[in-house]
Design a protein around this ligand. Structure first.
Ligand SMILES: Cc1cc2nc3c(=O)[nH]c(=O)nc-3n(C[C@H](O)[C@H](O)[C@H](O)COP(=O)(O)OP(=O)(O)OC[C@H]3O[C@@H](n4cnc5c(N)ncnc54)[C@H](O)[C@@H]3O)c2cc1C
Length: 378
């Protein structure tokens, strides 16, 4: 069977791409090595922060604003709750990346925000204990997205638009053969005019010859049980990102509906990982470290309940890699989301669909150019 496009990897980004491409009327085949919305990649664990005052760079703001629209559209089309607005606190000393970076985006795009001093934070959100030299930028539109529900919604809608989606089908190899791309799994061989690679932590395996400088990291998510859930419930409690010492970040979420626990994690804690041999066991030392830090920052967070590992795929500049393969224009890739990609998933799907169908996109993706890392081999 010949397809217009094969999407390799149906996680956060691949499910979005399959959805958007199928809705544009293309014959889409999606191939995924595991089950739908599995927990072995980068897109599991109940919640992902979404925020607009984007500390990673003001050029992300229009993209994230478009993502909000597309999340709401996805909710309407799928009948699922995907995005919950809770408000968000970016905490740290005034010159920290969290505060200064968020303020820069807020000013560049005239975004709603308030700068709060420790006493104001404490009276509005009593669970947080800021130091006297810290402030918080409060963003009313921040919140969280539920990654597993989002992937299932995108896959359902892709299917509804006639995409063919195959699971537990690892892609073993692919070639650009004249005018089309041939992809091989253990049992089959498929061909298409385009290939979209959304392989997450496995991207360097799938695009080995491209030698992208991607580093896979193990990251641990922790859930704690507060003795009193009331001040932590969504609606009362914001999402937060806290630079509690220079270069060290902790972030977390309110208690999700129906859950007793609250999730928290370190942001960008370098810990190299092999995607096929991810260490899933979380050590006592890891549990203890975060519990101790929380004793100081959020004393009512309570005791450790459980933890799970996940993977980041980091680029040297922490910006995404989205665009055409430098040598093969029929191959498009989206990777290197550096621990902050999920909130953008539907807009990444839109960009990928633009690139495949029109060869370009109206979104500004210059910072994500796959060729920016310099010399690549064929
Ligand atoms: C702990 C943690 C917290 C995070 N927090 C946030 C946050 O708060 N906000 C935010 O915006 N982002 C966050 N992120 C980042 C975000 O989740 C990722 O950027 C995003 O999930 C990446 O999606 P992806 O599609 O690239 O990867 P994945 O969802 O992992 O998808 C890649 C898919 O490709 C498949 N695949 C790979 N190779 C093959 C093959 N050969 N054949 C077939 N299938 C293949 C994999 O099985 C997988 O399903 C977090 C990530 C982690 C791990």
């Amino acid at each position: 069977m010949h397809y217009d496009v094969i999407v390799l990897g149906l996680g956060g980004m691949g499910s979005a791409a399959a959805h958007q491409l199928a809705e544009r009327g293309l014959r889409v085949l999606g191939l995924e090595q595991f089950e739908p919305a599995h927990d072995r990649g980068s897109s599991h664990g109940d919640s992902r922060v979404i925020r607009q005052n984007y500390l990673e760079g003001a050029f992300y703001v229009p993209l994230v604003q478009r993502a909000y629209e597309l999340w709401r559209r996805l909710e309407r089309a799928s009948g699922r709750d995907l995005l919950t607005v809770t408000g968000g606190l970016m905490i740290g000393p005034p010159r920290s990346t969290t505060v200064a970076g968020s303020l820069e985006s807020a000013r560049a795009h005239d975004l709603d925000h308030d700068v709060l001093y420790p006493r104001q934070v404490h009276s509005r959100f009593p669970t947080f204990r800021l130091r006297d030299d810290e402030v918080a930028l409060y963003e009313p539109h921040a919140g969280y997205v539920v990654p597993e529900q989002a992937i299932v919604a995108q896959l359902e809608l892709a299917r509804r638009a006639d995409a063919e989606l195959l699971f537990t089908q690892p892609v073993r190899s692919w070639d650009a053969d004249g005018g089309h791309i041939v992809v091989r799994t253990d049992h089959d061989r498929f061909s298409a005019r385009h290939l979209v690679v959304c392989a997450g932590a496995w991207t360097s395996r799938v695009l080995e010859r491209l030698a992208l400088p991607l580093a896979v990291e193990r990251q641990v998510m922790h859930w704690l049980t507060p003795p009193d859930r009331a001040p932590f419930r969504a609606g009362r409690h914001p999402v937060y990102l806290w630079e509690y010492t220079a270069g060290d970040f902790l972030y977390g979420f309110p208690a999700l509906p129906g859950q007793r626990t609250i999730k928290t994690a370190f942001f960008r804690r370098a810990n190299p990982a092999d995607p096929d041999a991810l260490e899933r066991t979380v050590t006592d030392a890891e549990r203890l470290e975060i519990t101790e830090i929380l004793t100081r920052l959020i004393p009512r967070a309570g005791s450790h309940d459980h933890a799970r590992a996940c993977m980041y795929t980091m680029t040297p500049d922490h910006h995404f890699v989205i665009g055409s393969h430098p040598q093969l224009p029929r191959v498009t890739l989206a990777a290197g989301f550096s621990g902050h990609g999920f909130k953008f998933a539907p807009v990444v799907g839109e960009v990928l669909a633009d690139l495949v169908t029109g060869g370009g996109t109206a979104h500004d993706i210059t910072a994500f150019d796959p060729a920016r890392f310099g010399e690549v081999s064929g």
